[in-house]
Design a protein around this ligand. Sequence first.
Ligand code: ADP
Length: 160
Amino acid sequence: MKTVICPGSFDPVTKGHMDIIERASRLFDKVVVAVLNNSSKNPCFTIEERIGLLKETTTHLKNVEIETFDGLLVDFAKIKGASAVVKGLRAVTDFEYEFQMSMINKKLCPEVETIFLNTSQEYMYLSSSVVKQIAAAGGDISLFVPEEIRDKIVDRLLNM
Ligand code: ADP
C-alpha cells in the first residue's frame, strides 16, 4: 500500500492543483492532500473553507483524502505512513525552492522521498495568487478553477 502526501496552501484550489492530485491518485494507492494551516502565510480562505473546496472537487477520487497539518511536513508524513511527498513543478522558479525543501526533508527524515511531477503545459502559468487577483478584479476564472467551486470562490473574493 503506497501512500503519498500532496501538501500546499490551496488558497484556493486551482485546476493546476487538481491536475497534480489526479495524476498522483492514478500512480499511488492513497493520496493525502495536506492543507497547511499556517497563519503566518496570511491566507484569504480559512482552513475550513480550503478543506471544504478541496473535498468538493475530489469526491470522484476515491483514494484521496483531505487533511490539515501544521508543524513539520515529514512528521505528518510519518504519522500518515506515507512513503513520499508529491509536489508539482511549474517552472525553474519553483524548482529552486522545492529542491532546497526536498534536501532538508531528506535530512530530517531519510525514509520519506520527494517526487516531482511536472506541471501540465496548460497550467504552467497558474497559481492561487493569479486566481485571487483576477476574481477580485471581476475577471472570469472559469479556465483556472474547477467549475463546481467557481461561484463560491468568486462570491467570497468579491465580498472581502
Ligand atoms: P500556490 O503556489 O498556487 O500557492 P500551493 O502552495 O497551494 O500553491 O501549492 C501546492 C502544490 O501544488 C505545490 O507542489 C505546487 O508546486 C503545486 N502547484 C500549484 N499550482 C500548480 C500548477 N499550476 N501546476 C503544477 N503544480 C502546481
